[in-house]
Design a protein around this ligand. Structure first.
Ligand code: SF4
Length: 224
């Protein structure tokens, strides 16, 4: 199925479909395609509290262009306070386990809470982004979120296809791509990449030989 057909099927099949947007390039494509199918899109984004200013600016541009509401999902303030009190505000630099804890508190738990109100969620995962994503299925039950359906309409797309779509349709895109970034997450955990580096090499760049995933799409199994 094409990405459009996949999304059309999703909206025909499920009553409650959430597009979970990080406002990276894939989000631009998915929101654009979905906006041509449905006027009442449900778009969610995770505001970890550590996002770069440019991500907030991108959110505003998307909201304005498509005249949609974007639900900003935040971590539990008490959980963040407790974590920071115990381990400090920059705990992620200290150990992989600390980084995973921060991603869990600021990303995974809030996502799980909000997805409990949906039947399906749409993500911008692509197989060629990372080895951990190589087995991404376009449609699959998501065991990490009560078995609701996880939909990756761009699973088979290449990076070139994503950017070709963005340019052809003159879509807004995250401004940090113009500053050497090839994958964009939280500000303290993302840097630009150099020529020849993996697309996700700028994420948690200080970690050696660790999986470049935060837990939203990978829980240590081989399912990608
Ligand atoms: S990417 Fe960094 S700041 Fe963001 S939730 Fe994960 S560890 Fe915390």
């Amino acid at each position: 199925m094409t990405a459009e057909a996949t999304l059309r099927w999703a909206y025909d099949t499920f009553a409650r479909v959430a597009i979970v947007a990080s406002f990276q390039a894939e989000s631009s494509v998915i929101i654009d395609i979905a906006s041509k199918i449905r006027a009442d899109l449900r778009v969610l984004t995770l505001d970890t509290g550590r996002l770069p200013r440019e991500t907030h600016e991108m959110l505003d541009r998307v909201r304005d262009r498509y005249r949609i509401e974007v639900e900003v999902v935040k971590p539990d303030a008490a959980e963040v306070d407790q974590m920071v009190a115990a381990h400090g505000g920059h705990l992620f630099y200290r150990a992989v386990e600390m980084r995973r804890l921060c991603c869990d508190v600021r990303k995974s738990r809030p996502l799980a809470r909000v997805l409990s109100g949906y039947d399906a969620w749409v993500t911008g995962l692509r197989r060629e982004q990372a080895a951990t994503r190589a087995n991404t299925q376009v449609v699959a039950p998501d065991p990490d979120h009560n078995g609701i359906t996880k939909i990756a309409p761009l699973a088979s797309w290449s990076k070139a296809e994503v950017w070709d779509y963005i340019r052809r349709h003159e879509l807004p895109y995250h401004s940090l791509y113009d500053h050497g970034y090839t994958s964009i997450g939280c500000a303290p955990c993302t840097r630009p990449t150099a020529a020849g580096e993996d697309e996700r090499a700028g994420r948690w760049w200080w970690e050696q030989n660790e999986v470049k995933e935060c837990g939203l799409h990978w829980s240590g199994s081989a399912r990608g």
